[in-house]
Design a protein around this ligand. Sequence first.
Ligand code: SAM
Length: 217
Amino acid sequence: STIAEWKRSDEYHNSFLIPEDKVLAGVRKNNVDKGLPDIAVSVAQGKLLHLYARSIGAKRVLEVGTLGGYSTIWLARGLPADGKLISLELSSHHAEVARENVHTAGLSDKVEIIVGSATESLKSLATTFDLVFIDADKVENVIYYNEAKRLVRKGGVIIIDNVVWGASVAFPEFSDPAIEGIRSLLKAMKDDPDVDATTIATVGERGLDGFIYAVRN
Ligand code: SAM
């Protein structure tokens, strides 16, 4: 199959399960208009993140890698009235667009975006989270993973995006800093007694990629 076919398949399923959403469509358009790269999670993945947050009754969510706040909004919508989401973003331009989008979505009260290197911002966090979503630069994945383990409650969830990378991670003939960052993450997670985890590869409008879903022991 081709990306065009996977995209069509995603759209077919979405047409049954995910109603058209003017706010989120507007967010995607605003991200393009403001020059952000088109690398947010897909519609179906955004909904899945939302459902994960709801499934565990998450009240506090931490996100690493905000971009324009598309996944942020999906996750924040899964929170109760007193819920809170903190999202970490390196680019002040991305953060500014994200704040605008979060405001449009009526979620400014629940969402805080911290600008700076995620590694630095993570060090300053001490409160506990129910769910951590890691989706920033892949090179520092191991640092983000270790910080997520420190910050997530027992039974809480750590989700890491882009761990399949078109299957290239599994083939030693491919190597670049991102691929090596993902491999280092897998090595760090191997036999780690702190988590129980699986990789789920997906195809869709974003091509072949996947999430790691980990529960904190
Ligand atoms: N989660 C977003 C979504 O689905 O809508 C997409 C995030 S995008 C794939 C990755 C983001 O991580 C970019 O906005 C990028 O600027 C940010 N980023 C890259 N390196 C970073 C770092 N060292 N610290 C914090 N954010 C970083």
